[in-house]
Design a binder for this molecule. Sequence first.
Ligand code: MN
Length: 253
Amino acid sequence: MHILVSNDDGILAPGLLALARAMTRFGKVSVIAPEENQSANGHRKTLTKPLRANAVKLDERLTAYSTDGAPADCVALALLGFVEPVDLVVSGINRGPNLGQDVTYSGTIAAAFEAAIFGKPAAAFSLNARAFDGVDYEPAALIAQKIVEKLLANPLPPLTILSVNIPALPTADIKGYQVARMGSRIYYDQLVTRIDPSGRPYHWIAGAEPGGKLDEIGTDIKAVADGYVAVTPIQLDMTSYALLSMLQDWDLK
Ligand code: MN
C-alpha cells in the first residue's frame, strides 16, 4: 500500500506531519505538499509555469517533497508518475475547519478532489482550530486512521471523497461521529483599505472567523459545534438536480 499525503497549509505544517505519520500504519507514505501556505486557493491548476519539486526531510519513515504548485498540482504530480503508483490520497490535517461553503475555497479539499479525478480513493481532514502554534493534531490523526480503515474496506463511488471535520478537543472529549451534510456558512468578511508607506491604498478581504447556521439539523457545522466528528461525503458533480427540470421549462431556443 502506498499512500500520498498532501495539504494546503504547506510542507512545514504540523498537521501534515501528524497525518503522514498516522498513515505509516497502512503502508509506505509519500508526502508532496506546497512549499508555502496555499489555504483557500481552491482547485487551482498551474498551467503557465513549470513546477519545481525539492526533497525535504520530515521524518525518517517518510519520502517528502515540497513544490511551488498548488495542492492539486502536488497530487497531479504524484499521480502522473513523479512517485511510484499511489493507492490512496489523504489531505490535511488542515489548520481550521472546512465546513459548508468553505469546501469550494479549500485547497485541502481540492487535493482530495484531484485524487478522485484520477480515480483514487481520497479523504480530506480538517481540524476546527485556528491557532498556528500549540495545537495538538494527535487526536485528529487517530481519527484519520479510523476513517481510512473504513474507507479502504468500503470503497466510494467514482468522483466522490470524504471530507472529515474534527473538533479541536482531547480524544476523550470528542463525543463521537456524525455522518453530516454540508451546512450553511455565514462569512463576516469586510473590505479593509489601508495606505502603504508610499501613500497608495491597498486592500484586505478580512474579517472575524466565519460562523454558520446552527439551527440546521444534520449539518457538518452543527456536528462540529456539538463536539462530534463530521463525516461528509462530497462529490465533484455539482449539478443541481432539483433545478434541471425547472430549467427545461425555460424552453430555451
Ligand atoms: Mn489550510
